[in-house]
Design a binder for this molecule. Structure first.
Ligand SMILES: *Cc1c(COP(=O)(O)O)cnc(C)c1O
Length: 470
């Protein structure tokens, strides 16, 4: 359904409008014969072109017809310093010549050691222990199991429940899905999931007129406080995405919520799990989002940008007291006997070390602050559009909320798939935007230029205008 397509000629990528360029077609057909893609209703590809990519460089992806797409979403939030980044390429290549992989139990290697040391140096003080896994969901599983297991090991066996925020997302495996709260991904599997306590999100899109972000977040904390007061004896941990609920429509809240949550978790003896899988590594303006509230979680989950978007790797960082609760004679059976075959993969660790080296050598956060200011200024021009209810920003994340009635914040029905119109328009114009529901967002690699921001915002404007003109 493209109600507003008036057939006006497009200047760029014109031959992609109604499907797929001949150079891409053969690959797309071979793909669709056997591949089942993530987070996709495969039937959509009867009308939606599947885009085979032959190479990437900087913020750009290039298909087999030689058309370029600006990767405005960092390939699902993983890329930090551009595709085919020379420094990360060199680090992975050098590691490949030495050691591709080795069992990580009983054996170790330099890239993992160096990465653990580097992470401990830059993480909030007190997070001195690194447990590696190979994707974000696995890191969340590790943190949940560790918290539960910690309380067992110290004799507090009643503490076995988890508290989560509404609209939160922590991954797709059953434990991670259980502690998340995006209905679209969760509802069907509910019979398989552990029971959790869900507290309303401090999401500031829902603040009252005239209410500040901080006031709203503070007010929303009251329900968390009550939940902890009532159930602390049976709660192992609270899990949150600090500052931005990314998969939950890029909804944002004020750092004061994290400050209050840390204080309350201390008071009630409950762990705090910070899932910075999406927001870590400079996304929100600081290296880690928790820094903006000056807090240290008990478990910090990292993945996505950890390897600069190169290879799957994740890590759970925790404290000496947690580590100590598992450190005992083998026969006490207190150890954390969790493993993945590719835990601590050397190639992935080498990519991660190179990524952290870039943060060390270059003023990434300073440059991002300037880029974020420019991106925010340009994006806020879209607030003038009749169906834009809000443009919100936290660092290198900007989200534009489309609404049927922008003033009353009345959403478009999800069945209309307005975001998909924007996605199509973006492909035609050479920008990879991948709206979540009614929310168009920018989360570009940090190597984007001002000219590229202009293109990205301009294409988003056109997409939103076309998607909302009826
Ligand atoms: C992406 C994401 C995950 C899951 O990571 P995967 O590597 O996709 O399993 C977990 N939590 C948050 C906040 C995420 O954005």
């Amino acid at each position: 359904m493209m109600p507003c397509d008036n057939g006006a000629p497009l200047q760029e990528n014109a031959h992609a409008v109604n499907g797929i360029a001949p150079e891409n077609l053969a690959l797309a057909q071979r793909d669709l014969a056997h591949v089942w893609h993530p987070c996709t209703q495969m039937k959509d590809h009867e009308s939606l072109p599947l885009v085979p990519i032959r190479r990437g460089y900087g913020v750009w992806l290039e298909d087999f017809a030689g058309r370029r797409y600006l990767d405005a979403i960092s390939s699902w939030w993983v890329n930090l310093f551009g595709h085919a980044n020379p420094r990360i390429n060199a680090a992975v290549q050098a590691q490949l010549e030495r050691l591709e992989h080795v069992i990580f139990a009983g054996f170790t290697h330099e890239p993992a050691i160096e990465l653990a040391e580097s992470l401990v140096r830059v993480a909030p003080p007190g997070l001195t222990r690194c447990f590696f896994a190979d994707n974000g969901s696995a890191a969340v599983e590790v943190a949940v199991k560790m918290s539960f297991h910690y309380w067992r090991n110290v004799g507090r066996t009643a503490k076995r429940r988890f508290v989560t925020l509404s609209n939160s997302y922590h991954g797709e495996t059953l434990g991670a899905l259980a502690v998340g709260n995006v209905e679209l991904y969760k509802a069907i599997y509910r019979p398989l999931l552990m029971d959790v306590i869900t507290v309303p999100s401090p999401d500031c899109y829902e603040r009252e007129p005239g209410e500040s972000w901080a006031e709203h977040s503070r007010r929303k904390f009251e329900q968390m406080e009550q939940t902890l007061a009532r159930h602390a004896d049976e709660i192992a941990a609270v899990i949150v995405e600090p500052l931005v609920q990314c998969a939950g429509n890029m909804r944002m809240y004020d750092p004061v919520y994290l400050k209050l949550l840390r204080e309350a978790c201390d008071r009630y003896e409950v762990h705090l799990i910070a899932d910075e899988i999406a927001v870590g590594f400079g996304r929100t303006g600081t290296l880690f989002a928790c820094e903006q509230a000056a807090i240290r979680p008990d478990f910090l989950c990292l993945s996505k940008g950890l390897t600069g978007g190169y290879l799957p790797l994740s890590v759970v960082m925790t404290t000496e007291p947690v580590y100590a609760a598992f450190y005992d004679e083998y026969t006490k059976l207190n150890a954390f006997l969790h493993s993945h075959s590719y835990t601590g993969n050397p190639l992935a660790c080498a990519a991660a070390c190179a990524t952290l080296q870039i943060f060390r050598d270059e003023d990434v956060l300073g440059r991002n602050a300037r880029l974020a200011r420019y991106m925010g200024e340009r994006a806020r021009e879209l607030e003038a559009l009749p169906h834009v209810a809000e443009v919100r920003q936290r660092g290198m994340i900007v989200a534009i909320e489309m609404a049927r009635d922008a003033r009353r914040r009345e959403p478009y029905p999800w069945q209309e798939r307005r975001g998909l119109h924007v996605y199509r328009c973006g492909l035609e114009r050479g920008v990879l935007l991948r709206p979540i529901g009614n929310v168009v967002y920018f989360m570009p690699p940090y190597v984007i230029s001002e000219e590229e921001i202009d293109l990205m915002v301009g294409v988003a404007r056109e997409g939103i205008e076309r998607a909302t003109c009826d």
